[in-house]
Write a protein that binds this ligand. Structure first.
Ligand SMILES: [Zn+2]
Ligand SMILES: [Zn+2]
Length: 316
């Protein structure tokens, strides 16, 4: 299985700001001042070896994760990252090829569905989209999003074929040889996570959930669901203090992600749904704090923790 992050921010798309670019430039210039960059080739060498977090961006698109399992394409949520994924798909297969997509909806807050009206493959008659969801009336929710008052093109105008499968809570389905289970997360308006298993490997998508206000038996249910996941995508926009302040907002922190992942023996933890108000360097600071927390509290744990970044591919 290969997972690819197309959108990693939460709540609202948030492109990098001038402030963020100035911060990165200043850091790069500070590093360059210590080096000899007097020739074009030396400058090229300097850039080649520079820290990835100063050269690139975490990305400003809202949640969308692709999971490829052999020739099948699964998509988790339809945030603004879905737009670029659609362009990529069209560039690969063109308009005349059949395309079959399996889209799992965690929940229908704007940041998890607002990429769909801009999803080019949905406009093509050769595309079949299978939606899987737990909220009732997903079709109606998508129609409302594309009501003429809010968007110029209605859902009916999109030429793709679409099927809607409302899943039973805590149920398991098979798509070919791929097994998918679901769980209810803890989020206003209800949200759901998915666990995908294939050939002994497992992937969990669990965006938008709060844990600090839950009783131990409910936490245990998540530990069981995330158990030994090869990759867990975890909602972690908050710092420790924010987590204490924003009770019942439905989000979590990297520290809680680490506690739960260590207990669940998760192998790789991707911190996801970065807060739109945080510049990249602030998100990296949250990661530093999380790594110290892990070293101090779980020095013998093999858990790998990283920030989900737009464009990042992860081989599971
Ligand atoms: Zn969200
Ligand atoms: Zn939400």
């Amino acid at each position: 299985m290969i997972a690819k992050f197309w959108g990693v921010r939460g709540s609202i798309p948030s492109p990098p700001t001038s402030r963020e670019i100035k911060y990165k430039l200043l850091k790069l210039l500070e590093l360059a001042a210590e080096k000899d960059i007097s020739t074009p080739s030396k400058r090229e060498e300097f850039i080649k070896n520079a820290d990835e977090k100063l050269l690139g961006v975490l990305g400003g698109n809202t949640p969308c994760v692709e999971l490829r399992v052999e020739d099948k394409i699964f998509i988790f949520d339809m945030g603004s990252g879905l737009r670029e994924f659609g362009q990529y798909l069209i560039s690969k297969v063109g308009n005349s090829e059949n395309l079959e997509l399996h889209i799992f909806i965690g929940h229908t807050h704007w940041d998890h569905i607002h990429g769909f009206p801009f999803f080019l493959p949905a406009f093509h008659s050769k595309t079949t989209i299978h939606f899987y969801h737990l909220h009732p009336q997903l079709k109606e929710r998508l129609e409302v999003q594309q009501d003429f008052r809010f968007f110029p093109v209605s859902l009916d105008f999109m030429a793709s074929k679409r099927t809607y499968t409302q899943l039973e809570l805590d149920s398991e389905i098979m798509i070919g040889k791929v097994k998918i289970r679901n769980i209810e997360l803890n989020h206003p308006g209800r949200a759901f996570g998915y666990r995908v298993e294939y050939c002994g490997k497992s992937f969990v998508y669990a965006s938008d959930s709060e844990y600090s206000n839950l009783p131990p038996e409910r936490i245990q249910k998540y530990i069981d669901f995330y158990s030994e996941a090869d990759l867990l995508i975890f909602d972690a926009p908050y710092s420790f203090n924010e987590e204490l302040e924003k009770i019942n907002w439905g989000h979590s922190s990297a520290l809680v992600g680490i506690d739960i992942s260590v207990k669940a023996k998760v192998k790789n933890l991707a911190l996801f749904h970065h807060a739109p108000e945080n510049g990249d360097h602030e998100v990296f600071k949250l990661l530093d704090t999380a790594m110290h927390y892990k070293e101090r509290n779980y020095p013998h744990s093999d858990l790998k923790v990283f920030l989900a970044r737009e464009g990042m591919e992860y081989d599971i």
